[in-house]
Design a protein around this ligand. Structure first.
Ligand SMILES: [Zn+2]
Length: 109
């Protein structure tokens, strides 16, 4: 994945989650104040909603951009996970996951 494509996907996910977070926080805050909840308390309730939704957007962005390479040997659980890898770096780690020297490392521990 190229750098501009990577950053575009990341910006889209984070930007969308931030926009949704602002919308949910403002809507919830306004609803709370409509029930007579004091403004500082409504803000204190709405801000965590914004933070959680924005955090979920970042997590989704990372999950979409993470590549996992597993060893194909039977019984081997070796794997490599890369977040936002470049093409050459991704190929190098894919080869490493396929050809790592000890396939039964879990049995030796
Ligand atoms: Zn292996």
């Amino acid at each position: 994945m190229t750098g501009s494509k990577k950053s575009m996907l990341h910006r889209l996910a984070v930007g969308t989650s931030a926009a949704v977070g602002v919308w949910v926080a403002v809507d919830s805050g306004m609803e709370l104040t409509g029930y007579g909840v004091p403004l500082p308390l409504a803000v204190a309730c709405a801000l965590p909603m914004f933070a959680v939704i924005t955090s979920i957007g970042g997590g989704v962005s990372d999950a979409l951009a993470t590549k996992t390479y597993r060893c194909a040997a039977a019984g081997c659980d070796f794997k490599v996970q890369l977040r936002h890898p470049e093409a050459g770096e991704s190929r190098r780690w894919q080869e490493l996951a396929a050809a790592h020297p000890i396939h039964d490392h879990a049995q030796r521990i």
